[in-house]
Write a protein that binds this ligand. Structure first.
Ligand code: PGA
Length: 251
């Protein structure tokens, strides 16, 4: 059994004070919750505050992106060693908003993935097709191309901490998620490709999260699907009661 992950992507919301207010309300609601892993991805300026606040709990926090080099003249970037220096354990890579608005390519994501595993930062690799890809029957080709570029030249033994988030771009922030069946089908394709690339152990162990308009009222249906090992949640993760309700999803 793969332990499920409930992950909150806070995007560009919540300063340190707002993050602490959230955690003051949220942490007691999930105290002792051991069934699932809980991850929070705050914005860069709140990351250190959140990491310190959750240190004594089971909740972990990660960065929303990073550079692949340790230092250099790269204005605005954060390096893997800077993240590990503040106790950061996870990083989101290749989120579609970074692909759309920050020109991030899967070739860059590949460099970042290699750097993440080299520094023991668990990568959460985001994949997902645009609406046009789905409408024209190119979902599978798109996902395979994204995986091909992002996972190039990575050996199976480096994949132990890899988490994948399938996030169809047309479902992100739109209020209408993929149906559990449609999502599960995409997850099955991704798992098949992991099998082809890295073998049965990796395919079996890797947790594949679904993201795109997950809310308290659809999370249980989505998490019931056999290939779905958790959720990456944006909008609905910003309220402590809403995120806690999703952590306590019904099996
Ligand atoms: P959403 O965002 O839950 O607001 O659709 C998900 C994501 O972008 O990770």
């Amino acid at each position: 059994m793969r332990k499920k992950i409930i992950a909150a992507n806070w995007k560009m919301f919540k300063n340190p004070k707002e993050s602490l207010d959230f955690l003051d309300a949220f942490l007691p609601m999930v105290e002792g919750h051991d069934r699932d892993d809980i991850l929070i991805f705050p914005t860069a300026t709140s990351l250190s505050t959140v990491i310190d606040k959750v240190a004594e709990t089971r909740v972990r926090a990660g960065a929303q992106t990073m550079h692949w080099l340790n230092e250099g003249p790269f204005t605005g970037q954060t390096s893997p060693t800077m993240l590990t220096s503040i106790g950061c354990t996870h990083v989101l890579l290749g989120h579609s908003e970074r692909r759309l608005y920050a020109n991030e390519s899967y070739e860059h994501v590949n460099l970042k993935l290699k750097a993440a595993v080299a520094h023991d930062i668990a990568p959460v690799l985001c994949l997902g097709e645009m609406l046009a890809d789905r409408q024209t029957g190119y979902t599978k080709d798109t996902l395979l191309a994204q995986m091909g570029a992002a996972l190039a030249n990575l050996p199976a033994e480096k994949m132990e901490t890899l988490v994948i988030a399938y996030e169809p771009v047309w479902a992100i922030g739109t209020g209408s998620s993929a149906t559990p069946e449609v999502a599960d089908q995409a997850h099955a394709m991704i798992r098949e490709e992991l099998h082809a690339r890295f073998g049965p152990v990796c395919a079996h162990q890797t947790r594949i999260l679904y993201g795109g308009s997950v809310k308290p009222d659809n999370v249980s249906q989505i998490l019931k699907m056999p290939n779905i090992d958790g959720a990456l949640i944006g909008g609905a993760s910003l309220d402590p009661g809403s995120l806690a309700a999703m952590v306590h999803y019904e099996l």
